[in-house]
Ligand binder design. Structure first.
Ligand code: F6R
Length: 245
């Protein structure tokens, strides 16, 4: 079992605990962090920005790699993950933009871009501290159910469930891209330490399947069972089926 931090009903507590975890690991010289997008880490980024503005932390010496990006969206598209990172974190802290990495979704050849990104990760990695969210279908990054645990950075076709889940960020489901570039499960497992953030009742079943049932490619997050250093930070709702153990 991973180390689980239960945060009750306090979202602030969850954000604080996630920030404490990451800040501790960012203290290492030239730390390499892996970052996620979506709603789960938003409070973490808010807390990091607050601590930076209070003069408590600096990102000057940090290199950051994102997990994934939609194919077809340029970095200045408001729904791109590059834009999200600028809006929620990079635009408010002292990280050097040359030290921020994210797949480019607007390239002619996404497969070649996936290869380029994978090489970058190998050159700069391993990642010291990887932040993850989890999809309601158990995906991590955009590694959808059925993805082999040995996959590296690749182009994926998004499942209907993932497109539906993410439609809340777009004005309609038709605008949600159908493909993404994502680091693979093998890349994620190479990280030295992993923090998975989950909030809300709709994540409870995915977490149960990920950690309380035998690993299977049907639940990509279950690959994390083979990693020696995973922490899961949850609120009451998301953690309710793990707590029963
Ligand atoms: C985002 C990512 C995804 C999300 C997952 C959960 O970079 O890799 O795996 O972490 O879809 O999304 P939210 O947090 O919006 O529920």
């Amino acid at each position: 079992m991973p180390h689980i931090i239960f945060c009750g009903t306090s979202e602030e507590e969850l954000d604080r605990r996630a920030a404490d975890w990451l800040v501790e690991r960012m203290a290492k010289p030239r730390a390499v962090v892996g970052l996620a997008t979506g709603s789960s880490p938003l409070g973490l980024y808010r807390e990091l920005v607050r601590r930076h503005q209070a003069g408590e932390i600096s990102f000057k010496d940090v290199r950051a790699f994102n997990l994934d990006e939609y194919v077809g969206l340029s970095p200045d598209h408001p729904m791109s993950y590059a834009y999200y990172m600028k809006e929620h974190l990079y635009g408010h802290v002292d990280i050097d933009p040359v030290n921020t990495y994210i797949p480019n979704g607007a390239v002619q050849d996404p497969k070649e871009e996936a290869l380029r990104y994978d090489t970058l990760l190998s050159t700069h990695g391993p990642i010291d501290a990887q932040i993850l969210g989890i999809g309601t279908n158990g995906h991590i990054g955009f590694n959808e159910p059925g993805t082999d645990f040995s996959t590296r950075t690749h182009v994926v076709e998004l499942t209907e469930e993932t497109r539906q889940s993410n439609a809340r960020f777009f004005s309609s489901i038709d605008e949600v891209p159908t493909e993404a570039i994502t680091v693979g499960i093998a890349n994620i497992l190479e990280s030295k330490e992993i923090l998975l953030i989950a909030r809300g009742a709709n994540k409870a079943e995915a977490l149960r399947r990920a950690f309380l049932e035998p690993p299977t490619s049907d639940v990509p997050a279950s690959a994390l069972q083979s990693h020696p250093n995973v922490t899961v930070v949850v609120d009451d709702e998301a953690g309710k089926l793990l707590k029963a153990q």
